[in-house]
Ligand binder design. Structure first.
Ligand code: UDP
Length: 254
């Protein structure tokens, strides 16, 4: 076993946030079975190390409230409720693939749906995690005009998570879009203030502010890198850490 493999994980309880679009793979809508399986394997690898996990999954692969409201005769609040229902669909899909790996899971919805899943109750969510169950927090915050990024920061704060892991298509926060700009630099570390003041597109400003107020570090990493989730929990692999310490904010390689 390598020295790296022995390195202890940095956190005891984490919240993993991913967008609904991450579940589409190369598709334009819905779910890609291979992506779901890969994601489940990432969660399983971390679970095997005894880290408690809570997942918040967006709904953008099915419905995005603002886009729907702008393009059709659907009022914004209704479109947002449709978006929240989409997150429940995604949570149920991910629950199934996790259970195929014999992981114990519970979906807790901010919009009560008694015949589908449990209602979100903070103490119950904590208890499930203490018992080793993966908790999927669905239906965002339960309120229109919010996003699942904000829901992720909110749940991370109230469930006592040690870190908010934001899984994306790229391996961190860049100075420009790395797909379009070959000179874009990835930041190793940033402060919450850097992200807000420079309007870096990481998460909504409200999510960043909520994480800052609860001193929860945000770690941005790539969901496409096999073993990437476990790696960042060891403090390794490419990622961007967003936290308090301004003196440590620097760009990768600097
Ligand atoms: N949404 C909402 N309130 C919440 C969370 C989500 O109204 O607390 C709605 C909103 O319409 C949003 C949609 O659900 O567009 C899907 O969530 P999000 O856009 O955050 O998903 P992602 O971009 O992460 O896939």
């Amino acid at each position: 076993m390598t020295e790296t493999a022995n390195r202890p994980l940095r956190f005891r309880r984490v919240l993993l946030k991913m967008s609904g679009e991450a579940l589409m793979g190369e598709g334009e809508f819905g779910h890609d079975a291979s992506v779901l399986r890969r994601l489940a394997a990432e969660v399983q690898a971390v679970h095997a190390h005894g880290v408690e996990q809570c997942l918040v999954i967006g709904g953008g692969n099915i419905v995005r409230g603002d886009t729907l409201a702008a393009s059709q005769d659907i009022e914004r609040a209704n479109a947002d409720y449709m978006g929240m229902l989409a997150t429940v669909i995604n949570a149920l899909a991910v629950q199934s693939v996790l259970e195929r790996l014999d992981l114990q899971t519970r979906v807790l919805s901010a919009i009560p749906m008694a015949s589908v899943c449990e209602p979100y109750i903070r103490r119950r969510a904590i208890r499930h995690m203490e018992k080793g169950r993966i908790v999927l927090c669905a239906a965002g915050t339960g309120n229109p005009f919010f996003t699942t990024d904000t829901a992720a920061a909110l749940r991370a704060a109230e469930l006592g998570c040690d870190a908010l892991l934001k899984g994306t298509k790229v391996d961190g926060v860049y100075s420009a879009d790395p797909v379009k700009d070959p000179n874009a630099l990835r930041y190793d570390r940033l402060t919450y203030h850097d992200v807000l003041a420079r309007d870096l597109k990481v998460m909504d400003a409200s999510a960043i502010a909520l994480a800052r107020d609860s001193a929860i570090p945000i770690i941005v990493f790539s969901l496409n890198r096999p073993g990437g989730l476990l790696e960042v929990l060891r403090g390794e692999g490419p990622h961007t850490m967003i936290g308090e310490d301004a003196s440590e904010a620097k760009e990768a390689g600097s």
